[in-house]
Ligand binder design. Structure first.
Ligand code: ADP
Ligand code: MG
Length: 486
């Protein structure tokens, strides 16, 4: 299906073409103006070939119509030699016959243009970098597709270090990148910040671009999706907005948790999502939480997001951290002693982004100040980072300490028992988890026997209330807090 925006683009382009050729001296007698002829031809081809073959073979073609005394030449350029040979062999005759039935005089030429997609250009510039200024690029969904985010050239599969914590997500990403018919739809990637979700999505886009250049891919953050949608609403242009997304082969939306609470955007995303999945197009979504845990997202969307494969990225373990640091150190081309790599892998456990940042700082420091890299030097350069990452308190620790303090079993932190003697300490532990860890309310709820986030909110309020009225109680809670903070 060609979007109405693509049609508009087509009209704009062919109009420009018409203006250029308004010189009466070159006008030839013909049955149809070439631009109209091509439009007719395209529709006839769609009928003849069927939607699937049309999309696969004709839509990616870049078409240019030239007119001179020899008639109307239909120049059809495709990205690969294989495609050109295929189209010529299978559809050459029909295209020629139809073309000649539509114009007075003319010919059809097939050629190969170097793929528009080179690995070192962003999606944005590659779409704009159309080598035919007045041509119609049918595979370009719409002009606004150029609003997609550019891809980071470092985020490739080659640069992704695989280990136990991310192997499922990695394998799933490779699978969707390599297969044209979705085996699981959607692919839902989730995990904490800095664990490689965006990296994997970009890697999928790069891979498809290199290996299946005629598959249309849109990669976009949920935030951008919302922004574009709101803009489309404002300019009453939702039709081309819809078309832009609904005519792609692969849609990737990053950080989908962002649409929580944005009701109209959710609604639109839900419909786009369904339209694509129904047509067997691949949808890939990332978030910082699992589908069930997405805050303020409608139930039907949450459940739909969980239909395909849900793959989580776990925080990198020591082994994976070593692997990542080793790979990145090599890229820096600056020798880093194993001892320093081990030191960093040991000390910075939070996420890969911080690990990378630490390494960059050490290398920059070494290069700028000309110091040799050593463990002492790393300790000094990273003093601030190391302090914060050393003092990370976990919910498990909190539960243990609180249970000890009130002399209850740790199991009661997870149990459904409502007796005050266990319920109150459990509430205190929830409160401390909220205060002392960066965990979200649903995450905390889950850690306490799969309780709802509203239960956690209730616990936090209750403890605040009691602390305000009862100094002894407040002291008790403060004591626990200090104990935990060490
Ligand atoms: P997220 O989107 O999950 O917040 P990113 O994909 O932006 O995280 O990753 C943060 C940084 O860590 C990026 O620079 C990325 O290249 C790097 N990174 C994450 N995981 C890996 C990995 N397994 N191998 C190599 N680099 C990684
Ligand atoms: Mg990201």
């Amino acid at each position: 299906m060609v979007s109405s925006a693509a049609k508009q683009q087509f009209q704009k382009d062919t109009q420009a073409y018409g203006e250029m050729n308004d010189d009466p001296s070159v006008s030839t007698k013909k049955k149809k103006a070439p631009k109209v002829a091509w439009e007719t031809l395209r529709e006839k081809l769609r009928e003849h070939l069927g939607e699937t073959a049309f999309r696969r073979w004709i839509e990616p073609v870049v078409v240019e119509v030239e007119e001179d005394e020899r008639g109307a030449t239909l120049a059809m350029a495709v990205p690969t030699r294989f495609m050109r040979d295929w189209i010529e062999a299978h559809y050459g005759d029909i295209v020629r016959t139809l073309w000649l039935s539509l114009v007075e005089k003319g010919s059809v030429q097939f050629s190969v243009v170097s793929p528009l997609l080179k690995p070192d250009v962003s999606l944005k510039s590659s779409i704009k970098g159309n080598s035919f200024p007045s041509a119609v690029r049918l595979s370009q969904a719409s002009p606004s597709a150029a609003d997609e985010a550019p891809l980071d050239p470092r985020f490739t599969f080659d640069n992704f270090v695989v280990g136990k914590p991310n192997e499922l997500a990695y394998a799933a990403a490779c699978r969707v990148a390599d297969t044209e018919t979705p085996t699981f739809n959607p692919l839902f990637l989730y995990g904490g910040s800095g664990l490689g979700k965006t990296h994997l999505m970009h890697a999928i886009a790069w891979h498809i671009r290199q290996n299946f250049p005629n598959r249309r891919v849109i990669y976009m953050s949920a935030e951008k999706f919302m922004y574009q949608f709101v803009r489309a609403l404002r300019y009453k242009d939702t039709v081309s907005f819809k078309d832009q997304f609904r005519s792609v082969d692969v849609l990737m939306i990053d950080d989908v948790q962002f649409i929580g609470g944005k009701d109209t955007t959710q609604e639109e995303f839900f419909h786009t999502f369904n339209a694509l999945v129904d047509r067997n197009r691949q949808v890939i979504v990332s978030a910082d939480k699992s589908p069930q845990d997405l805050d303020r997202v409608e139930e039907r969307l949450r459940s739909r997001l969980g239909w395909g494969l849900v793959a989580d990225l776990h925080p990198a373990n020591y082994e994976l951290r070593l692997g990542i640091l080793g790979a990145k150190a090599e890229k820096h081309g600056c020798p880093i002693p194993d001892k320093v790599i081990e030191f960093l892998a040991h000390k910075i456990a939070s996420n890969v982004r911080e690990l990378e940042g630490a390494l960059n700082r050490i290398v920059a420091h070494a290069q700028l100040v000309g110091r040799t890299i050593s463990v002492e030097m790393a300790q000094e350069v990273l003093a601030d980072v190391l302090r914060t990452s050393e003092r990370r308190i976990t919910i498990d620790e909190i539960q243990k300490k609180v249970a000890e303090h009130y002399n209850i079993r740790i199991a009661d932190m997870h149990s459904a028992r409502r007796a005050r003697a266990v319920a109150r300490p459990r509430q205190i532990a929830m409160y401390l988890a909220k205060q002392l860890t960066p965990r979200s309310l649903p995450e905390i709820g889950r850690k306490f026997g799969g309780r709802d986030h509203t239960t956690v909110i209730h616990a936090v309020r209750k403890i605040e209330e009691l602390s305000a009225y009862d100094p002894a109680f407040r002291e008790d809670v403060d004591l626990l807090k200090r104990l935990l903070q060490g």
